[in-house]
Design a protein around this ligand. Sequence first.
Ligand SMILES: [Zn+2]
Length: 373
Amino acid sequence: MSFSWDCAATDGRARAGTLHTAHGDVETPVFMPVGTAGTVKAMTADAVRATGARMILGNTYHLMLRPGADRVAALGGLHRMIDWPGPILTDSGGFQVMSLAGLRKLDEGGVTFRSHVDGSAHRLTPESSIAIQEKLDATVSMALDECTKFPATGEQASDSMALSMRWAARSRAAFLPRPGYGLFGIVQGSTLRDLRLASVDALTAIGFEGYAIGGLAVGEGQETMFGVLDYTVPALPADRPRYLMGVGTPDDLIGAVARGIDMFDCVIPTRAGRTARAYTSRGVFNLRNARFADDPRPLDAACPCPLCTRHARAYLHHLFRCEEMLGPMLLTWHNVQYYQDFMHGLREAIVRGNLEAHAAAVRARWGEGDDPP
Ligand SMILES: [Zn+2]
């Protein structure tokens, strides 16, 4: 079977579709929980599946350092090792080299860096990144790119984008085609329209199974990010999936889905789950707040997760106060469940053709929380 995406319905620029892969189908728009080092933190694979999640993300940088790509391959690949037979997308490692590694040095060939774990020296090139992702058995591999820093001058953004496009061509050449597997290119160009459109041209000339938009949600603000999507997304091929990397809050997701994005990943629901921040249909709550100490209500009456169906808010408050590990486990499950149900709701609304009204109703219910999502 070939790797493909087909469209079931559109509503404005928003799209509902299905991604077909070697590891099964995925309905889009889709939110992929982040399984950084071979685990969606604090969740078993069964728990992740129970939320309705069908595709997850793994981080090449973390996995290449520990346990190492060869060890993952010897254990049968990432799917087998972590008990996730469904599709897995891996990033190229480049973003985390630039954000986590020490003593990094970027040149035309690639990037040399020291591990943040033990200081050991490593080098990542477009070719080695693709080889590592192949050993991990990633369903979707990502081309190595440089996530352009923000803010950047026009010259810095242009040079960085051009380097990423040369690396995209090398990534494509290094990728071993396999039925149902895909390689995505990544659009760069900071917040400059001409650069973003030149990047789309360069990538579509090379040809990829899907197209990601990188270099956003790096401090430019939501309005600017949506502005970039407004001119970038329509330039992408209509018959390929579109992936907005590292985004975002539920409010970000509504705006990006409305602009034609199909795939997302973000650490927000899992990270927030470990810090007592609950994403709910009523808004974002901080469960450490003393007002929850005697609150007998479920966290979110609309949620089918084990936390909401079996426990009171007061119990979760207690678990976090005592730093019991069940607190992060239950709240991570809930947050991932919320994101999955939220995305499913957006998809249904696109199919019905009333995304705008649905989004307005969802936003109106967020008002009770400590913070808007
Ligand atoms: Zn819940």
